[in-house]
Design a protein around this ligand. Structure first.
Ligand code: NAD
Length: 174
């Protein structure tokens, strides 16, 4: 049995990791979709799809999860919500279960007959992409919210300087 989890992973944090571990406690394989793969270089979506693939790959390796148990697939957004599930089906291996806390994602998959589960949230106040990015911008401690290997990826790509520069650009455009 194969499950699917979709998220923007901007960046990949400990909440995402815990959901993946829980899915793999139940199912043999998980498809991890990197959503909005066309977006990068904004304060809301600072990281490219390739960088996010690197974050997820390294975090799962760090946690001893074998590569044969997951697929990481970047998927671009499309204009038509009603065609989005078919768009996903075209790009991913077949799957039976969908895991998402996002109401739109839940609705679209349920309408197409998928079994949709809302995974429990782990410390959502801090394990959230919005909170990680806020802390990065404000020179607050963010490293404990994400896997160590993801901290290294963000260092390698000079992510903090990128997000801060983007924030200056967005302020200057207002
Ligand atoms: P996200 O990264 O915020 O979250 C992904 C999932 O991770 C959540 O649904 C939740 O189940 C889990 N999660 C997050 N924090 C957690 C925590 N602390 N504890 C436990 N679980 C946690 O991503 P998202 O916004 O839900 O991503 C949806 C993606 O689907 C977006 O990229 C969106 O653009 C895309 N989408 C596209 C279309 C379209 O193209 N028409 C339609 C619908 C959705």
């Amino acid at each position: 049995m194969r499950g699917l989890l979709v998220g923007r992973m901007q960046p990949f944090h400990l909440g995402h990791l815990q959901v993946i571990k829980n899915i793999l406690d139940i199912l043999e394989e998980v498809i991890i979709v990197i959503g909005s793969s066309q977006l990068s270089h904004t304060t809301n979506d600072p990281f490219t799809a390739g960088e996010r693939v690197m974050m997820v790959t390294k975090a799962l390796a760090e946690n001893g999860i074998r590569a044969s148990r997951y697929y990481i697939i970047p998927v671009q957004d499309i204009e038509c919500n009603s065609l989005w599930v078919a768009h996903m089906e075209m790009l991913t291996p077949p799957f039976e279960h969908v895991y998402s806390g996002n109401p739109l994602v839940q609705r679209l998959f349920t309408e197409k007959g998928y079994d949709v589960t809302e995974p429990p949230l782990f410390n959502r106040k801090i394990y959230s992409g919005t909170e990680v990015r806020r802390r990065m911008l404000n020179d607050e401690e963010w490293e404990s919210l994400i896997p160590e290997s993801v901290v290294k990826v963000i260092g390698e790509i000079d992510g903090i300087s990128r997000i801060k520069q983007l924030a200056r650009k967005e302020v200057s455009e207002v």
